[in-house]
Design a protein. Structure first.
Length: 395
């Protein structure tokens, strides 16, 4: 046996046994990815009456102070936990969305980890609560948790999903190696299906596994790597270093902190911050403001940072502003255009992973790609099962 044949033989064995080992997990990760592909479009359609408050003559009206809106939300929900943050729409025809969010780091599964995760849609002009959604029972959030951590605690559930995804990357690369033909004549036969005279299901299944796997593999590598970003820090570091041109130091603004005394904080400090954000980014989609209440996970923020989402359909263009949380004064602006390529790559990771960076066509592509990836463990298993069955018959 030649060295080349021996290499392919060993790669084939690894491809087979690793595939049989993680095939079911890869199928679950892929199929939940497909289910989540149109989450935003479906959720926005189902919640349309809550997203738009339909208040008339808003140009002549003023929104209520955030503290007043917070009080009205608490009176409506009677939730024992404090509001965590609010998503403020710059377009005032849209509702504000207040979030109750308490994270228990000791919970062993999704439902125990998120003690409360509710969204409340509010008319900002009247304070009327339009809808309350329990996000822990939302279909897409459950699908997302399965996709990300198999509904296990995030801290280690991400590794349970991350390790099979790492193996899947090897499967994609080894699949290309196994697919690669010896010569040009053989290569032509492997680029598309030639079933005109083929009736055997095993042959058709083999072609499905090989041809679909080949065409999907290059995009699947991108999706898999951007997915691993959420499981392993070294992937985050690798993406940043590659796109920043070798710079290993991520910009840090923790030194920019609140200096004003707490006595300067008033009931309208958050409104002052929001007004400044909208003055700087009048064409943005929305921004998030934290109410600063204590929470059960006792997390701390080094400074009061405001995340500004520029586009409605994706997050990859965003800006970060730092304010003095007592005086409400603007301390620092980190605009999207001022970020280096590494920062922009990190910001684009989520939208790249779900295809949103290309808009609806990208999501359609991600959906199809996820279905193909889900099919590979099935067709691969059938290839092995067919060959195994044949060997038993011959014996």
């Amino acid at each position: 046996m030649s060295k080349k044949k021996g290499f392919k033989h060993n790669i084939g064995k690894l491809h087979l046994w690793l595939g049989l080992t993680v095939g079911l997990l890869v199928f679950i990760i892929s199929i939940t990815g497909a289910l989540y592909a149109f989450q935003a479009e479906i959720t926005n359609y189902l919640r349309e009456d809550a997203i738009y408050h339909h208040e008339k003559d808003i140009a002549q009206k003023k929104v209520l102070p955030l503290k007043i809106l917070e009080q009205k939300v608490n009176e409506h929900t009677k939730e024992k936990y404090p509001i965590h943050w609010v998503n403020v729409a710059v377009d005032k025809s849209r509702s504000y969305v207040f979030y109750y969010y308490e994270h228990n780091p000791k919970g062993w599964n999704f439902f125990e980890e998120y003690v409360v995760y509710k969204s409340v849609y509010v008319n900002p002009f009247t304070g009327k609560v339009l809808a309350v959604y329990d996000e822990t029972r939302d279909f897409f959030n459950i699908v997302k948790s399965i996709h990300y951590s198999f509904l296990l605690r995030t801290e280690w559930g991400a590794y349970v999903c991350g390790i099979p995804t790492l193996i899947f990357i090897f499967m994609l690369i080894s699949g290309i190696i196994l697919w690669w033909p010896k010569n040009k004549a053989a290569r032509k036969q492997r680029f598309w299906f030639n079933w005109k005279n083929v009736k055997n299901w095993k042959r058709k299944n083999y072609d499905l596994h090989n041809i679909l796997g080949f065409y999907a593999s290059f995009l699947a590598l991108i999706v898999a790597i951007t997915g691993l970003y959420y499981s392993f820090f070294f992937i985050q570091a690798m993406i940043y270093i590659v796109f920043s041109g070798g710079d290993a130091t991520y910009p840090n603004f923790d030194h920019i902190t609140t200096k004003a005394p707490i006595e300067q904080r008033t009931e309208t400090t958050l409104d002052k911050i929001g007004k400044k954000v909208e003055e700087l980014y009048p064409d943005a989609h929305a921004y998030s403001l934290d109410f600063g209440h204590p929470h059960i996970d006792d997390h701390e923020h080094p400074n009061y940072s405001v995340f500004v989402q520029q586009l409605s359909h994706s997050y990859h263009i965003n800006h970060n502003l730092i304010f003095d949380e007592n005086s409400g004064e603007l301390l620092h602006v980190h605009d999207h255009k001022d970020k280096n390529l590494g920062e922009k790559a990190i910001a684009a990771n989520y939208d790249t992973h779900i295809g949103a960076i290309l808009g609806l066509p990208g999501k359609i592509l991600a959906f199809i790609l996820s279905l193909v990836c889900a099919s590979l463990p099935i067709t691969g298993f059938l290839v092995w099962w067919g060959r195994n069955k044949k060997k038993k018959k011959e014996a």
